[in-house]
Write a protein that binds this ligand. Structure first.
Ligand code: ADQ
Length: 469
């Protein structure tokens, strides 16, 4: 197998503490050699393109510092104030500034220029996520003829929303520099096809190959998974067990409902709190019998919309607790910090309900982690937003519309009284898929597509991965 060059905004080689994606990419880099390249997270006064090489747990990494202006315009600007909200259907929050678009182009050109000398002729290049959409084109412009793939970890927005981005067509055109473009779900892939056909005159053939202005790119829907076996083991570890005991003891017989999310407006936390409040109001007999533990470490604090969601949630949690708490009971425990993965596994296992209700999410790995952490003899119930990519793979969760406080309230009530036999049957169906399509499956499936030349695509397409409607 060829060497792999992984390119992503941040480099998190090693694995363990970082989660499935880092574990899988690190394993591939260790097995076949290669380099993981990206931004160091550091700021330098003037961009020099100096590469910092390191070896972390047998994985070679190469990182570069960016200038303050790049960080403001490329990372905080175009990536997180323009593309992230737009791609999560929030055009009300998306900011369209020429300086952001310019900074994004500049940073991507700088990444391309820097990584160029590291790429050898037989390497396969794999670019990750929305920070780096035009990177493939930048590499092609510099003479790179290798196979290059791109994977989008977030949703692809509907055509009419994407059309609000001033440079939408130009940005999407750059994607035809890739040999393969991957999405988590058929829905995101279909939205991409809709845009390129309607706005750019592209055609898509039966093998899922898109043709546009003389370039072709193979499109695949390939859902990411977690490192399931490791996570299941983690849930049985000593640390997980101790965390489980500690949490259970603190509940004094009450049922735990758990939410674990980065503090982000796409995760539907405000709507979740309101749905829970509705549940408490509609089911007064359940008051004092349940606790919602919401774990939400802050992220992207430099962006104003993230500061706003933080203070909104603090206000809301305070109001709900103020209105409903009793001397010996607080309905919401709201915790703003990160936990080690084995501790999280213990928390998931202690929860009778996993509440995963993003308004829009590319996939959502918390849903899969919650399922993997359950006790097979007494599994909890997953309540999952129908707008998370994970819903396509998990029809046995209780699927809800996260915007509806009533649906959330009904689902909570249903989950709390669900008989053991139904909980087991639903969990069994979900864990089978979470085990089968784990993160290594995702990596190998995408990589197979990337290493297969287009003419062979139809014969070698892995199970149900390429499917253009
Ligand atoms: P995220 O938006 O970050 O990822 P998600 O898929 O849920 O969302 O992954 C979050 C990860 O962070 C999980 O592994 C979770 O355990 C961990 N995490 C969250 N809170 C934590 C805490 N307090 N302590 C420790 N760990 C915590 C983006 C897309 C998703 C897509 C992934 C992968 O937005 O839709 O599933 O990439 O492609």
């Amino acid at each position: 197998m060829s060497r792999l060059i992984v390119i992503s905004n941040r480099v998190s080689a090693g694995g363990g503490a970082q989660g499935g994606l880092a574990v899988a990419l690190s394993a591939a880099l260790r097995a076949n050699g290669g380099i993981w390249f990206g931004w160091s997270g550091e700021v330098t006064e003037q961009f020099t393109g100096h590469i910092n090489f390191q070896r972390t747990d047998g994985v070679a990494t190469a990182t570069v510092d960016l200038e303050e202006q790049d960080v403001e315009e490329y990372y905080n600007g175009y990536a997180n104030r323009t593309l992230w909200p737009l791609f999560h259907y929030r055009i009300d929050l998306a900011e369209y500034e020429r300086s952001f678009a310019g900074g994004y182009e500049r940073a991507n050109a700088r990444f391309a220029e820097t990584v160029l000398p590291l790429i050898e002729p037989d390497d396969v290049v794999w670019v990750q996520d929305y920070h780096m959409i035009p990177l493939g084109r930048e590499l092609r412009n510099r003479g790179i003829a290798n196979r290059i793939g791109f994977f989008l970890h977030i949703p692809w927005p509907p055509r009419r929303l994407l059309a609000t981005l001033p440079e939408a067509a130009a940005l999407v055109e750059t994607m035809f520099a890739y040999d393969v473009i991957g999405f988590h779900t058929q829905e995101w892939l279909d939205s991409f096809v809709d845009f390129v056909k309607a706005e750019m005159g592209a055609t898509v053939d039966a093998n899922g190959v898109a043709h546009c202005n003389g370039r072709t790119a193979r499109l695949v829907a390939c859902p990411i998974g977690i490192d399931t076996r490791a996570f299941e083991e983690m849930a049985r570890s000593n640390i997980a067990r101790r965390t489980y005991e500690k949490v259970r003891a603190s509940l004094v017989g009450r049922s735990l409902i758990v939410g674990v999310d980065r503090l982000d407006y796409s995760k539907g936390l405000e709507e979740r709190f309101l749905g829970y409040e509705r549940f408490l109001e509609e089911n007064p007999e359940e008051r004092n019998g349940v606790v919602l533990l919401q774990i939400a470490p802050p992220s992207r604090g430099a962006v104003e919309s993230y500061q706003r969601i933080r203070s909104t949630l603090e206000g809301l949690a305070g109001r709900i607790n103020g209105a409903h708490a009793a001397l010996d009971w607080v309905p919401i425990r709201y915790v703003n910090q990160g936990y080690a993965r084995d501790e999280l596994a213990g928390v998931y296992r202690a929860a009778k309900i996993g509440l995963v209700t993003p308004l829009r999410d590319g996939m959502n790995l918390v849903a899969k982690e919650y399922v993997a952490a359950q006790d097979p003899e007494d599994p909890g119930v997953l309540i999952l937003s129908r707008f998370a990519g994970a819903a396509e793979q998990m029809p046995d969760a209780l699927l809800v519309n996260p915007y509806s406080a009533e649906e959330l309230s009904d689902a909570l009530q249903r989950a709390l009284i669900m008989p053991l036999s139904e909980r087991k049957a639903r969990w069994k169906a979900m864990i089978e898929d979470v085990r089968k399509r784990d993160v290594m499956w995702w990596l190998e499936t995408f990589r197979d597509c990337l290493e297969t030349p287009l003419d062979g695509a139809a014969d070698s397409a892995p199970i149900k991965v390429v499917q253009i409607v």
